[in-house]
Design a protein around this ligand. Structure first.
Ligand code: SAM
Ligand code: SF4
Length: 320
């Protein structure tokens, strides 16, 4: 379905939980989250009904995210059902990778096409620091398991954090030389309670091009991708730069989001939310409310690294 600006909205990102087994400093409060009542979180059946309605309105790509999606019970069954929907051509997941060693094969068999895995450092101590306690070995095993299971192409998501991992830019870029892995650097966004911390540590992704002169721009085969792609001359994989702050990509935005507590978000960086829980309970009017959300998509967000107040909903509660 097209929005008021003619953008084709064909991509749904679903946060299946707002809980997580890590506590990344830019995303979650240290003490964790206020636990929601069971009834506040959409059931897997309600999520499925929403995806089905979206697919009938033209959504063909779905991403499962969170919080950490792999801690939601029954996720494999949900994936199996979504993968069977006729209109869904691409089904992907964003995960911190910690539980992938355990689940990669099962997810592939259920119909998941591929995974994006978040990894901000390849140093075990720094990993434990930024995730507040995570074990780098778990993610590394998860990446291997995903490769083995064929959840390809694997994309690594690396949030560029000034003074923390900018000294590892070359190491991350070099990962693309021998392995068919895309490394995507994401600019740190000032969101939720970590907004002020993020503003202090922001550096623009242009730093990557300054550091690695050999990177050559390449044409993306997906015009709606937020990443601009580059490649080292001999590399198997690509390097993507996702620059929501320094170069926003609102003009080609094709997505809407569904939060774990049943809100449709027309845009990541605005406060607008449309509650669909009542409609789901009534069992009617779902498509109309989804259309309404699509028609509410703003022209663009006006977030930048200096001036604007961060939105209040934290990233783990939106689904990054
Ligand atoms: N737990 C999963 C993971 O970490 O991949 C999925 C959810 S997480 C919210 C999704 C993505 O959002 C991750 O790649 C994470 O690094 C990114 N993210 C979270 N907070 C962010 C922020 N403030 N700025 C930029 N990216 C952020
Ligand atoms: Fe959890 Fe992902 Fe947020 Fe890290 S970025 S705290 S892994 S939801």
């Amino acid at each position: 379905m097209r929005d008021t600006l003619g953008r084709n909205i064909n991509y749904l990102r679903i946060s299946v939980t707002d809980r997580c087994n890590l506590r990344c400093m830019y995303c979650m409060p240290e003490q964790g989250i206020c636990k929601k009542e069971h009834g506040d979180i959409l059931t897997l059946e309600e999520i499925y009904e929403t995806v089905k309605a979206c697919s009938e309105l033209g959504v063909s790509k779905v991403r499962i995210t969170g919080g950490e999606p792999l801690i939601r019970k029954g996720l494999t069954e949900l994936i199996e059902k979504i993968a069977k929907l006729q209109g869904i051509k691409e089904l992907a997941m964003t995960t911190n990778g910690v539980l992938l060693e355990q689940y990669a094969e099962e997810l592939k068999s259920a119909g998941l096409d591929r995974v994006n895995i978040s990894l901000d450092t390849m140093n075990a101590e720094k990993y434990s620091y930024i995730t507040r306690g995570g074990d780098l070995g778990d993610v590394m095993s998860g990446i291997h398991a995903a490769e083995k299971a064929g959840l390809m192409p694997i994309k690594l998501n690396t949030v560029l954090i000034g003074g923390f991992n900018d000294d590892e830019i070359e190491n991350f870029v070099n990962l693309t030389i021998d392995r068919d892995i895309d490394v995507r650097f994401i600019e740190l966004m000032p969101i939720g309670q970590a907004g002020h911390w993020a503003k202090k540590h922001f550096i623009s992704n242009t730093e990557i091009l300054n550091r690695v002169n050999d990177l050559q721009p390449i044409q993306s085969n997906d015009p709606s991708s937020p990443a601009k792609y580059y490649k080292l001359p001999v590399a198997k994989g690509k390097v993507g730069l996702i620059n929501p702050i320094s170069h926003s990509f609102c003009g080609s935005c094709n997505r809407i989001r569904l939060t774990a507590d049943g809100k449709l978000k027309p845009c990541l960086h605005t406060e607008e939310e449309i509650d669909i829980k009542e409609v789901l309970k009534k069992g009617e009017g779902l498509k109309e409310i989804i259309k309404e959300a699509i028609l509410q998509k703003p022209l663009q967000h006006n977030l930048n690294c200096q001036s604007n107040k961060p939105i209040e909903r934290d990233m783990y509660r939106i689904g990054g």
